[in-house]
Design a binder for this molecule. Structure first.
Ligand code: IMP
Length: 511
């Protein structure tokens, strides 16, 4: 007969934190959100940590190069999706590693003969107010001058005139030479009171631009996640089918961490994949395993397999229909608590601390906070990032509101058969485990994270915690009744505002 667990499968929204003593001097500014991704051996630092406990999901509609750059700049990590050919995944990883913070390839350029009317149209379309003028109008052509929106008057000047009649000509352009350091480029901007510094190679061709606003932005992002060579960090998803080819190519491209992307990682296929990487590369690479939802899965992938971190979650994702389709899964809170309990016991037994990632189903900021208080070291999110400006999908207007497409890896659209198949070569998806949907556009990654992390820090202060480790240790959670959920909302007042969702931290859109 089957074993029936006596506990109920529970979700994050069924729990609340009890406040604990906040010490004098504690505040949101004193909270440290760094979290390990690599296993922590006793009395040693983890081989790799994130500066904020947030990573983006291994999904086509989430983790492309732009999102990876934006998230690393905030201190988190993306796992570039593996449901694409090895070459294109490698190219995305390379783009992130090649992104020199501060040096950008110019994406709006004109020729000397371009008319002011055409320039204005370009400026409106791209939102850029400074445009390089190159001989062929390309981002790497010979620089002829610079034109900004202050160099002409739209309603006074003859808009059929060419840009070269209004631009700052090369004789007056302040520029830097290719190879210049960012510090030196910023010094030139400061010294000459400029907003934009073109960088030219020995032939006078444009290679990149440095903006004053990026310097200011950099100062505002002190948590940027950088490797030893000061390049942004990026993770890469891998599967159990082609890791022998994919992992070497990704290591070559500079990926900082790997994560098996599987709806069910409690398999011998994943075990073999982990062992293969360890045999080839030793303890060097950071490897995440999963997903698991039980202590039994933890023991298999950690004790026997040797992963660095473990991902927990099955069936909770916003686009996920696995539980309905197959009858497997577990309430995310129950799954997390079970695995965390085993992780803590394993730490007591061996002195090895295994970071746990809570993956999927986080529907608002409160649930992120609860997941971290329950013992997750960091969270992985799909929908949260799909809704940002930097996700790889195009914006779409529906009834006057901007949306972005968001689809599961288990859809026909994603064609990610590797994530769901059993390791055998049955490359056919007989049924879907995810849906194809739209989510509202909420803004840039930096803005949404700012609010989320401020709330997290604020709750940690309520609990008297300065670090995430203290947060887990000090957290006391209580189960809530349906009536106390009603009590927790506003009551007996009329609300005329439509901003309530935003105020309550709901990310919008039906789940
Ligand atoms: P979300 O943050 O709730 O949107 O969940 C994202 C997570 O859902 C991912 O990190 C995956 O673990 C999981 N996931 C991605 N695609 C699918 C799918 O098609 N079906 C089920 N789960 C999925």
């Amino acid at each position: 007969m089957a074993t029936i667990l006596t506990d109920t499968s529970r979700t994050f929204s069924e729990y609340l934190l009890i406040p604990r003593l906040t010490r004098a001097g504690q505040g949101v500014d004193t909270v440290n959100l760094a979290s390990p991704l690599g296993v922590v051996e006793q009395n040693r630092l983890s081989r790799f940590s994130v500066n904020i406990p947030v990573v983006s999901a291994c999904m086509q509609s989430v983790s492309g190069a732009d999102l990876s750059i934006a998230l690393a700049r905030q201190g988190g990590l993306s796992f570039v999706f593996c449901s694409q050919p090895i070459d294109s995944q490698v190219e995305m990883v390379r783009q992130v590693k090649a992104h020199k913070a501060g040096f950008v390839l110019s994406d709006s350029n004109v020729q000397p003969s371009t008319t002011l009317a055409q320039l204005i149209e370009l400026m409106r379309r791209t939102g850029h107010s400074t445009v390089p003028v190159t001989d062929d109008g390309s981002a790497t052509g010979k620089l002829r001058g610079l034109i900004t929106d202050k160099d002409f008057w739209e309603y006074e000047d003859d808009l059929s005139r060419p840009v070269e009649a209004h631009m700052t000509p090369m004789s007056d352009v302040i520029f830097g030479s290719d190879g210049i350091s960012l510090r030196e480029a910023n010094r030139l901007l400061h010294q000459h009171k400029k907003e934009c510094l073109p960088i030219l190679d020995a032939d006078g061709r444009l290679t990149s631009l440095v903006f004053k606003k990026d310097y200011e932005d950099h100062r505002l992002n002190p948590l940027e996640l950088l490797d030893e060579s000061k390049r942004l960090c990026v993770g890469a998803a891998i599967n159990t089918h082609d890791y022998r080819d994919r992992v070497p190519a990704l290591i070559e491209a500079g990926a900082d961490a790997f994560c098996f992307d599987s709806s069910d990682g409690f398999t011998e296929y994943q075990f073999e994949g982990i062992r293969w990487i360890r045999e080839q590369y030793g303890e060097g690479p950071i490897i995440g395993g999963g997903n698991v939802v039980s202590a039994e899965g933890f023991d298999y992938l950690v004790e026997e397999g040797g992963v660095d971190f473990l991902k927990v979650g099955m069936g909770g994702g916003s686009i996920c229909i696995t539980r309905e389709q197959k009858g497997v899964g577990r309430g995310q809170a129950s799954a997390l608590l079970d695995v965390v309990e085993r992780r803590d016991a394993y730490f007591e037994e061996t002195g090895r601390y295994i970071p746990i990632c809570s993956d999927g189903g986080l529907a608002n900021d409160t649930q992120i906070v609860i997941a971290l208080s329950m013992g997750a070291d960091f969270v992985m999110m799909g929908r949260y990032f799909a809704m940002t400006e930097e996700s790889p999908t195009p914006k779409t207007s529906i009834n006057g509101q901007m949306y972005k497409p968001y689809w599961g890896e288990g859809t026909q659209r994603a064609q990610n058969w590797q994530r769901y198949s059993d390791g055998m070569a049955s490359r056919k998806m007989l049924f879907e485990e995810g849906v194809d949907a739209y989510v509202p556009l909420v803004g840039p990654v930096s803005e949404v994270l700012e609010t989320t992390l401020y709330k997290l820090r604020s709750t940690m202060v309520n609990v008297g915690a300065d670090t995430l480790a203290q947060f887990r240790e000090r957290a006391i959670l209580t189960l809530v009744s349906e009536q106390s959920v009603v009590e927790g909302g506003t009551s007996t007042v009329f609300q005329f505002s439509t901003t309530r969702d935003a105020e309550e931290g709901r990310w919008g859109g039906a789940r």
